[in-house]
Design a protein around this ligand. Structure first.
Ligand code: DGL
Length: 264
């Protein structure tokens, strides 16, 4: 394995940085190329066919160009729809990001779990299967929260967003049958941990927030065990579409060890 070969982290936007942050905690020496498909954002309102074609096509081209040692789809929407297809087209290990229903089910005391994701994620059979496998006998209440994707993108750019968006997600969940019994919240979109403070303010500190970032980072470490990494250089942050879409992210990128944003 070439010691310069990067890990490719892929998301529709900045959400996958929550996975990147967890990965850097455990594998700071690994070179990373983070690819944000800002030209395709948001994925949540797209059809399954659109997402699958886009994600498999982009990851195929990116893998060809950068020869990564591993790819991580740091996006629940893309993973729950296209993980199998991407694994079919890439010849490297591909790690997906799927809703953290298993740890949430282990954590809940009331037996009622809330799940917030994109419109596309919450309707996936993949999520039905996780529920059946890990949360049988518990209650999993799902809501789509597409507005939070834009809010997280804005927050990381230091731009204002409407806090009522977060309160509205809380209210929609609370109004569902047994909604007031939720003690554990699955953040089933990688953007949402960027709003952890706002979600805590809306749901209360007693509601545990669960996401998959740490688990994914541990999985990557496991898969790369024994591999060498070249001397650290700035990581790369690459966007599809015009570079102007990354305006405002400079501080967030510099703080995470990235060089200036580039286009794909
Ligand atoms: N970050 C993505 C996820 O984890 C989706 C955001 C979007 O493009 O709608 O689901």
């Amino acid at each position: 394995m070439n010691a310069d070969a990067p890990i490719l982290l892929f998301d529709s936007g900045v959400g996958g940085l929550t996975v990147y942050d967890a990965l850097r905690e455990v594998l700071p020496e690994a070179p990373v190329i983070y690819a944000a498909d800002l030209a395709g954002l948001p994925y949540g309102s797209k059809t399954e066919a659109q997402i699958a074609a886009r994600v498999a096509g982009l990851l195929g081209r990116m893998a060809e160009r950068w020869q990564p040692r591993l790819a991580c789809i740091a996006c629940n929407t893309a993973s729950t729809i296209a993980l199998g297809m991407v694994r079919d087209v890439l010849e490297i290990p591909v790690v997906g990001t799927v809703p953290a229903i298993k740890p949430a089910a282990a954590l809940t005391r009331t037996g009622t779990i809330g799940l917030v994701g994109t419109e596309a994620t919450i309707r996936q059979k993949y999520v039905d299967d996780l529920e059946e496998q890990f949360a049988a006998g518990k209650r999993l209440l799902r809501v789509a929260a597409p507005g939070l994707v834009g809010a997280a993108e804005a927050k990381l750019r230091g731009q204002p967003f409407d806090p009522a968006l977060i309160a509205e997600v809380h209210d929609r969940l609370a109004r569902l049958a047994e909604g007031e019994r939720i003690d554990t919240l699955v953040l089933a979109c990688t953007h949402f941990p960027l709003l952890a403070d706002e979600l805590r303010a809306a749901f209360g500190a007693e509601v545990a927030q669960v996401d998959g970032a740490q688990g994914i980072a541990r999985r990557i470490v496991h898969l790369l065990e024994g591999q060498d990494f070249a001397a650290p250089r700035p990581n790369r942050f690459v966007v599809t579409g015009p570079l102007s879409a990354a305006t405002g992210l400079e501080g967030a990128l510099a703080a995470r060890g990235f060089g200036a944003a580039e286009t794909f």
